[in-house]
Design a protein around this ligand. Structure first.
Ligand SMILES: [Zn+2]
Length: 429
């Protein structure tokens, strides 16, 4: 039995009443067993006095293997962007996906993300990187109509095989990824749903990212995408919709009725200039569970959830001419508790509480940008003043992945060298 004591930090628990405590956190066999004064003997002490201890962040939408493709298609119109990304992606082999996934896991460990939701093909390759790096991944195999795919075999069958090979694990959690209404028929959506319900899996899909997607679908079916998904009986509590930017209030209500979650990706939406701003205030008012994602590194171009929290809050305030919408505490909830709920893991992760998995990070309290640090401003400092470089220690599933900025679970140097080689091969530079 291994016991780790995280000693004396300012613990932003993110529990039901959002307590912030100066406390010790005792970790036993991967779980938090006590938050308070701990005098038990332990195997390892991590001194967090003067630092912030908070739950590991949950990135609720990304394509981690694209980390090695950053900077390849910037500052382009959306159509040209897609052409360029698809052309590079088509050249990729399993080894490139492996390198990209490892680079992304390394970036997330360094920037305080302990759980991420991925959508891609070849999730079996990504699963190996997740296993080795020590991070937690909900890996959603991309499912789409046969006629649109470059996958070998039938996508839903590939997804089912991936599930069978990885079910029952704690850190690699298989899910179903549906690319979007533009490449998935009613039959594909409902086939995926049936499999998700049988096996209690996440249904993760892109939804209403661009105006073109919405109007093309309306031309084809007479309904906007979320209306249509509601009408065909697809929406439900296992659904996590990425983007959800171009929605009407009736579509927001349909998501709320279905108890679905969304993952807003503000940086990606702004960088691609797709125009839509997710109607977060209406979603919150109607009771939609809102979480946060970076999207892939071709559209962000990073996996930095601290930057994402701040951007989401600023975009909402700016677009509404109202600084009171999306407060700091709400933005932090999106990236922690709500992310956990979106993937059905709210009883396991998302806050620092006895009984939950020990997924937590420590921010360096000596960073000038985090001072002064007072009970009254600590949450605001996390959302508005911190950056990924403030993360000094990352713990996932009770394992210390990074200690005082040194990554312990991966050979960072080897990952970086491989990323350079792969980048050069793919980009021809
Ligand atoms: Zn995406």
């Amino acid at each position: 039995m291994s016991r780790i004591l995280v000693k004396g930090g300012q613990v932003v628990t993110q529990n039901a009443i959002r307590e912030v405590l100066v406390a010790d956190v005792l970790i036993e066999d991967g779980r938090v067993v006590k938050v308070g004064k701990v005098t038990d003997s332990v195997d390892e002490v991590i001194d967090a006095r003067g630092d912030i201890v908070m739950p590991g962040l949950v990135n609720a939408h990304t394509h981690v293997a694209m980390s090695v493709m950053k900077g390849i298609a910037d500052d382009l119109p959306f159509g040209d962007f897609l052409d360029k990304v698809f052309a590079v992606d088509a050249k990729r082999q399993e080894k490139d996906i492996d390198v990209g996934a490892r680079l992304g896991c390394l970036e997330m460990i360094r920037s305080g993300t302990t759980t991420f939701v991925d959508m891609y093909y070849s999730e079996d390759v990504i699963a190996k990187a997740v296993e080795d790096s020590g991070i937690r991944g909900v890996l959603c195999w991309a499912v789409l109509d046969q006629r649109f795919t470059t996958q070998k075999g039938v996508p839903l069958e590939n997804c089912k095989r991936f599930y069978e090979a990885h079910k029952g694990q704690r850190r690699v959690i298989p899910g179903i990824g549906l690319q979007g209404v533009y490449v998935c028929s009613e039959e594909t959506f409902l086939g995926a749903k049936e499999f998700a319900l049988e096996n209690e899996l996440l249904l993760h899909f892109h939804l209403s990212e661009t105006r073109k997607e919405v109007y093309d679908h309306k031309d084809k079916t007479g309904k906007r995408p979320a209306e249509w998904l509601s009408q065909i009986g697809f929406l439900g509590p296992r659904c996590l919709a990425a983007h959800a930017a171009w929605l009407t209030i009736n579509e927001v209500k349909a998501l709320a009725r279905a108890k679905a979650s969304i993952a807003s990706c503000p940086v990606s939406n702004m960088k691609l200039a797709t125009g839509g701003v997710a109607p977060i205030p209406e979603m919150l008012a109607e009771g939609v569970n809102v979480s946060l994602g970076t999207d892939g590194s071709t559209t962000n171009n990073s996996l930095d959830m601290f930057g994402e929290m701040k951007t989401l809050a600023l975009l909402q305030k700016s677009s509404r001419w109202d600084p009171t919408v999306v407060k700091a505490q709400q933005a932090l909830d999106f990236a922690t508790r709500n992310g956990a709920k979106a993937i059905g893991l709210e009883s396991m992760i998302g806050s620092i509480e006895p009984g939950k998995m020990a997924d937590m990070i420590i921010l360096d309290g000596s960073s000038p940008n985090l001072r002064p640090m007072l009970p009254s401003n600590i949450v605001a400092n996390i959302v508005y003043s911190s950056n990924a470089g403030d993360v000094k220690t990352t713990i996932c599933d009770g394992r210390v992945l990074m200690l005082d900025r040194k990554v312990l679970s991966m050979n960072a140097e080897r990952v970086l060298v491989a990323a350079e080689e792969t980048g050069r091969e793919l980009l021809g530079a």
